[in-house]
Design a protein. Structure first.
Lengths: 113, 115
């Protein structure tokens, strides 16, 4: 089955700096890659996603890039703010109705004021 | 709009006792449904997913089971809880489309402590 790895497990940045989180996946049939943000004690919520027919997607301060050949994708957060502090999860999924989301182990991001 | 309800929010159960967590989805039909477990400070482990009534796929062997008695109802059960079953359990749903894939929406979660 699919295996998703995520690095780093923890990341501390100064407010205003950029943060990059990287994920790799194993199943070349995966075609949908969402990123979720989970604040302490709360449910994960989608922040951005990318499909396999796209190489890059941007939404304000966050962007995601996908390299299908290398089977890796990355989350980029620019101009980080304290409210960006949370655990971030990447996931890989493939369709055909039996959509199965496999998550990475998560990255705990701390933005220091 | 679609909503997902999961209950209870917190639960403390003794070792060896049974478990039943319920999740329901409103505002959609034929959703894919998922149960995830999150141990303290850890990632999201997929336990079960379902693409239809009575159809359950298990991702990891364990003493948990899942059932989908109705289209928008997903139940996580155990006959005898273990200490290692403690964690944060999340139900999620996603639309069933061939293309494009869509995001998974999570319930509020149940924090289970087995004592």
């Amino acid at each position: 089955g699919e295996n998703v790895e995520q690095h780093p497990s923890t990341l501390s940045v100064q407010e205003g700096d950029s943060a990059v989180i990287k994920c790799t996946y194993s199943d070349s049939a995966s075609n949908y890659f969402p990123w979720y943000k989970q604040e302490l004690g709360k449910r994960p919520q989608l922040i951005i996603d990318i499909r396999s027919n796209v190489g890059e997607k941007k939404d304000q301060r966050i962007a995601v890039t996908l390299n299908k050949t290398a089977k890796h994708f990355s989350l980029h957060i620019t101009e980080t703010q304290p409210e960006d502090s949370a655990v971030y999860f990447c996931a890989a999924s493939k369709g055909n109705y039996g959509q199965n989301f496999v998550f990475g182990p998560g990255t705990r991001l701390s933005v220091l004021p | 709009s679609q909503t997902i309800h999961q209950w209870p929010a917190t639960l403390v159960q003794p070792v060896g006792s049974p478990l039943s967590l319920e999740c329901t989805v409103e505002g959609t039909s034929n959703p894919n449904l998922y149960w995830y477990r999150q141990a303290a400070g850890r990632g999201l482990q997929l336990l079960f997913y379902s693409v239809g009534i009575g159809q359950i796929s298990s991702e990891v062997p364990q003493n948990l089971s899942a059932s989908r008695p109705q289209d928008r109802q997903f139940i996580l059960s155990s006959k005898k809880l273990l200490l290692s079953d403690s964690g944060f359990y999340l139900c999620a749903w996603a639309e069933r489309w061939l293309q494009p894939n869509t995001e998974a929406f999570f319930g509020q979660g149940t924090r289970l402590t087995v004592v």
